[in-house]
Design a protein around this ligand. Structure first.
Ligand code: 5RP
Length: 218
């Protein structure tokens, strides 16, 4: 089975969690895109969606799904999004698509976070995937120096500007043994908007697609 087929399986499985008249939190990336395409098939059942990126908002609108602002709707019953890595404790690295800040906001405002991924994303320790950090542009060198002190190798993501007008620094070569603590430490560096560790608010359910179908971790 290809990763694309595995992603399709979990996109379909996530639809089972959707109830009538809900406003759905929707993530960003290739797996989230497949979920949006599945959501389009049941769009008559839902009231609308809150998107974690301009790209997802555009895809939702393209399917005729009403896109709402988080401020208009308050807390959401559910948020569905992919991940770059997950542990079995459902601590995640996200932000490969540079949408981490809005993803973290929508996840925080949601009662249940369903993470959907192909099973290659499950890892024993986070950090083989470089950790994305959204940074205010004028702070990028300062933030990079602090990240070196934390043991990482920060590299500016070339040519990327986030939906919020900021830059992304990817931290390479860090085995993240304590993601909850590191998430706080990095967020305390002046100039950091947020980092791609979703550990303090991890996923509630992880749907992993692979050869044997969909595996559910809670
Ligand atoms: C975007 C993300 C994505 O969820 C993550 O990069 C996974 O992407 P994909 O579904 O394409 O593998 O965090 O910022």
């Amino acid at each position: 089975m290809t990763p694309a087929q595995a992603k399709q399986l979990v996109a379909e499985a996530a639809i089972e969690y959707i109830e009538w008249d809900w406003v759905i939190g929707v993530g960003t990336g290739s797996t989230a895109n497949l979920f949006i395409d599945e959501l389009a098939k049941i769009k008559g059942r839902i009231d609308g969606a809150v998107a974690s990126s301009e790209a997802s908002a555009e895809r939702l609108r393209g399917h005729g799904i009403k896109v709402m602002e988080l401020d208009q709707v308050g807390d959401l019953p559910i948020y569905v999004d992919g991940a770059d890595e997950s542990t079995e404790h459902l601590h995640l690295i996200k932000g490969g698509g540079a949408a981490l800040t809005r993803e973290k906001i929508v996840a925080a405002a949601s009662d249940k976070f369903i993470c959907i991924a192909d099973d290659s994303k499950l890892v024993p320790v986070l950090g083989a995937f470089p950790l994305p950090i959204e940074v205010i542009p004028m702070a990028k060198s300062y933030v990079a120096r602090q990240l070196v002190k934390l043991g990482g190798n920060p590299i500016l993501r070339d040519g990327v500007v986030t939906d919020n007008g900021n830059v992304i620094v990817d931290v390479h070569d860090m085995a993240i043994e304590n993601p909850i603590e590191l998430e706080s430490k990095i967020n305390h560096i002046a100039g950091v908007v947020t980092n791609g560790l979703f550990a303090q608010r991890g996923a509630d359910v992880l749907l992993l697609g692979g050869e044997n179908g969909v595996r559910t971790l809670t």
